[in-house]
Design a protein around this ligand. Structure first.
Ligand SMILES: *Cc1c(COP(=O)(O)O)cnc(C)c1O
Length: 392
């Protein structure tokens, strides 16, 4: 393995170089976007570099998958058209009727909806649990539990789950642990090294980083057996057989975004930390949810498990009206779904990102507002938040 893809190389080196070798025919420093659906064969079955048809493989997608595997420290990565299609492919590869999925009670609403509305009707069992409470997790595991699915930090209350501890419990029960690492990104948190079996991403968020391309990924190591087959091979087969692959231009944009991930994440974390600290004790707020604050219940665990605390922060106002007014009147923070881009966004979870889980155990308080802190000037961002609070 070359230095640029080696797990020993610094994260920044891997982010910029893994899978991104220059084009050998022209010397083009940036690998080209292979906007082609099919590949000429040198005689029947004579594939150049193994490429036959773009649903099965495309060099631009390979470049991204190599980069993703190198960043998460996994052997294999598969890139998809969206985060949810990546999750669906993984779940199809893992589950059979009768299997049970145990999910954190604060996972991304769309993940819960996917399993609850698509997989449960095909005979899969689903329960949610407070993933940070190990006794509750132990009690919720059943002999049928094949998958334990968690997100840390969680959305939107930034709860922190001990990945290593949950992995130990799940493994003792014969279950596979999946971590949705979208909020932290591989720069801040390495779930595979902490004992998780599979990492999934919505690359739409921090990995892409510029709010301009949808995508998803599954990263894992070879050697995990599911019903006598290698799980990575099964995911690869579903990617090919179902076909929710990243298009070449999407893969290229995501690779381009990843090259600055480490620099962006450092600034996202620094900006969010400064804003969170400036909001502690603010009279208009009932609570600030940010794992970088020493009073956050998951602070010490997050400090052990993460490089820094990330760009997501939530605030709780005193009532729903104030929260709505806040979300609708910031200036720099733009009211929109999604997160993880260089520009700051504000979201009103109970009616936006978490509308699909209203009335379920995953419901979010209508007094909570979520901020995706971007990398604009921190003084400008802080003024925007404080000025808006003064008005609501
Ligand atoms: C956005 C998101 C998803 C879904 O990804 P899409 O790219 O929108 O399909 C999954 N998990 C988390 C944590 C997310 O934020």
């Amino acid at each position: 393995m070359s230095l640029d893809e080696s797990r020993d190389a610094d994260f920044a080196t891997r982010a910029i170089r893994a899978g991104q070798s220059f084009d050998p025919t022209t010397g083009s420093v940036i690998p080209p976007v292979y906007l082609t659906t099919t590949f000429v064969q040198d005689g029947i079955g004579g594939f150049r570099g193994g490429y036959e048809y773009t649903r099965g493989g495309n060099p631009t997608r390979t470049a991204l998958e190599t980069q993703l595997a190198a960043l998460e420290g996994g052997d294999r990565a598969f890139s998809f058209a969206s985060g949810l299609s990546a999750e669906d492919a993984l779940l199809r590869a893992l589950l059979a009727p009768g299997d049970h999925v145990l999910m954190g009670n604060d996972v991304y609403g769309g993940t819960h909806r996917l399993v609850n509305r698509v997989h449960v009707p095909w005979g899969v069992g689903l329960d949610t649990v407070e993933m940070g409470e190990l006794d509750a997790v132990r009690a919720a595991l059943t002999p049928e539990t094949r998958v334990v699915w968690l997100e840390t930090p969680s959305n939107p209350l930034m709860k922190i789950t001990d990945i290593a501890a949950v992995a130990e419990l799940a493994h003792a029960n014969g279950a596979i642990v999946v971590v949705d690492n979208t909020f932290a990104s591989p720069y801040l948190q390495q779930p595979l090294a902490l004992g998780a079996d599979v990492v999934v991403h919505s690359t739409t968020k921090y990995l892409g980083g510029h709010s301009d391309v949808l995508g998803g990924a599954v990263v894992l190591n070879s050697g995990l057996e599911v019903r006598g087959e290698d799980l990575a091979d099964r995911v690869g087969f579903i990617q090919f057989g179902v076909g929710a692959v990243s298009a070449p231009m999407d893969a290229w944009l995501t690779s381009r975004g990843i090259k600055t991930l480490h620099v962006r994440m450092d600034r996202h974390s620094a900006n969010a930390q400064a804003i969170a600290e400036s909001l502690v004790g603010h009279p208009k707020l009932a609570k600030v949810y940010y794992p970088g604050l020493p009073e956050h219940p998951g602070h010490e665990l997050a400090a052990r498990q993460m490089r820094s605390f990330g760009g997501m922060l939530s605030i709780e106002l005193h009532d729903a009206d104030a929260a709505r007014r806040f979300a609708e009147s910031t200036e720099l923070f733009q009211l929109a779904e999604s997160l993880g881009g260089v520009e700051s966004l504000v979201c009103y979870p109970s009616e936006m990102t978490h509308a699909s889980v209203r009335g379920t155990a995953l419901e979010v308080s209508p007094a909570v507002v979520r901020l995706s802190v971007g990398i604009e000037g921190v003084d400008d961002l802080m003024s925007d938040v404080l000025d808006t609070l003064a008005r609501v």
